[in-house]
Design a protein around this ligand. Structure first.
Ligand SMILES: CC(=O)N[C@H]1[C@@H](OP(=O)(O)OP(=O)(O)OC[C@H]2O[C@@H](n3ccc(=O)[nH]c3=O)[C@H](O)[C@@H]2O)O[C@H](CO)[C@@H](O)[C@@H]1O
Ligand SMILES: C=C(OP(=O)(O)O)C(=O)O
Length: 434
């Protein structure tokens, strides 16, 4: 097990550039299965989940050239479908959430898909109903095999139809769109997820020859085409990294510039950090967070205590609530954090409480944070990273705390944050990977 040892309390300084977006990469890399032609993908983050997905493609016989760590050229012209049913695939794909998005392209191109019980963050129940019901609406038959733990999907033919999703699932929408692009006739998906990564996927598919309209809205119309060809695609900056770095700067009272932050794709993210009282300047596509001795949480307009909650795009992403929570612990004022989507994502607050933060975990979904207003610093402790975002939230807490912290299970952080220790060291952080 890898460990970070952090000596906190140091101000950081300098520039940091966000990696290519993890959750976009998982969709985009799955989409290479839709064509026998070459697809070049740039700005790929060098992180565990994405590398595992690329490895899985390699084991499926997809040809992969990697001219550098950030670029891959894929060619899926001789896919070994049987591999998807193997023990090896089951074991490896079960380690990440993203592998579930092989199902849409496989159904689309080969009329057959297997989905093992997917992995990813253990942050509560993560159902696949939206995906499976969407595939069924397109004409696929679905069976669940209790013995091998696989969902089996098969279709003689995929036929476009109208569907109203039960919820705007992100990976579910990506999967259904990829299944529908080569179905016969027109598919209409209402209540579709519409976050920038879904938009990126749709734009890429359109460049490959798909006919998707309504991109950016929750009503997607897909006219089926016979064939998709090759393309080139570049990933957006990772908005969750951008939010994490804003939080890092505020917590450590540092002056940090986030370069090429992809401002036009951040939605409400900067506003949410502003509600915590964090000052920011926008220069071109950069965000400058000035050193701030104290930040004060705003109230709602009627003076009542602020609540921050997650909501499907264009609402606030659940992946940044852990970061917002940790940043609030040192603010002046109070905020209620309401994690609506996932039921096990707030338990890491126990560790923050051990560090000296004032938090009341009201129930699995809600935590009230009473900011310390820098009256008292957090103390370094030994802790373990439960999931990607809580892991980074704890890392930010450790960097701001007095004394030494030890963070175990940092593989969780490595799943989503590229070379994070080296990048933090470049800002002046005292962090060692043991
Ligand atoms: C690989 C990837 O891209 N992972 C992201 C993706 O996961 P993923 O696509 O798995 O998440 P979904 O969008 O399907 O939904 C996540 C959870 O939220 C619940 N839910 C969803 C929509 C809704 O309106 N109400 C609701 O309660 C679902 O029941 C589920 O438990 O989207 C999540 C929600 O943004 C993010 O946290 C994950 O980082
Ligand atoms: C929950 C996340 O990832 P995954 O869906 O891959 O587990 C995340 O990126 O915060």
């Amino acid at each position: 097990m890898n460990i970070f040892e952090v000596r906190g309390g140091k101000k950081l300084h300098g520039e940091i550039t966000p990696q290519g977006a993890k959750n976009e990469a998982l969709q985009i890399i799955s989409a290479v299965l839709l064509t026998p032609e070459k697809v070049t993908i740039n700005n790929i983050p060098d992180i565990l989940d994405v590398n595992l997905l690329i490895e899985l493609l390699g084991e499926m016989n997809v040809k992969i050239e990697r001219p550098n760590r950030q670029t891959c050229i894929f060619q899926a012209d001789d896919v070994n479908i049987d591999y998807l049913h193997s023990e090896a695939y089951k074991k490896k794909s079960g380690k990440l959430r993203g592998s579930v998005m092989f199902a849409g392209p496989m159904l689309s191109r080969y009329r057959k898909a297997f989905i093992p019980k997917p992995g990813g963050d253990k942050i509560g129940r993560r159902r696949l109903d939206t995906h499976i019901i969407g595939f069924e609406r397109l004409g696929a038959e679905f069976t669940y095999n209790n013995e091998d733990g696989f969902f089996h999907l098969e279709a003689k033919k995929l036929k476009g139809t109208y569907m109203l999703l039960d919820e705007p699932s992100v990976t579910g929408t990506a999967n259904i769109v990829m299944a529908a692009v080569m179905a016969s006739g027109t598919t209409t998906i209402y209540n579709a997820a519409c976050e920038p990564y879904i938009q990126q996927l749709c734009k890429m598919l359109n460049r490959m020859g798909a006919k998707i309209s309504g991109v950016g809205s929750n009503l997607l119309t897909i006219e089926g085409v016979e064939y998709l060809g090759g393309t080139e695609h570049t990933m957006l900056p990772d908005m969750i990294e951008v939010g994490s770095f804003i939080g890092l700067a505020a917590m450590t009272q540092s002056n940090i510039t986030i370069k090429n932050a992809g401002l036009e794709h951040l939605g409400v993210i900067p506003d949410k950090f502003k509600q915590l009282g964090i000052a920011m300047e926008f220069k071109g596509d950069d965000i400058v967070i000035p050193e701030q001795s104290l930040y004060e949480i705003q109230t709602f307009l009627d003076g009542s205590v602020l609540t921050m909650y997650d909501h499907p795009w264009p609402g606030f992403t659940p992946d940044l609530l852990s970061i917002v929570l940790v940043v609030a612990t040192q603010a002046k004022g109070s905020v209620l954090i309401h994690q609506k989507m996932f039921e096990s994502r707030l338990f890491f607050v126990d560790k923050l409480i051990d560090m000296g933060a004032q938090i009341i975990l009201c129930d699995p979904h809600r935590a009230a944070v009473i900011g310390l207003g820098r009256q008292q610093n957090l103390r370094g402790i030994t802790m373990s990273s439960p999931d990607i975002r809580a892991g980074v939230a704890l890392l930010i807490a450790a960097l701001s705390a007095e004394g030494k912290s030890t963070i175990q299970n940092i593989e969780q952080i490595d799943r989503g944050y590229q070379y994070i220790d080296d990048r933090l060291k470049a800002l002046g952080a005292d962090i060692t990977r043991l």
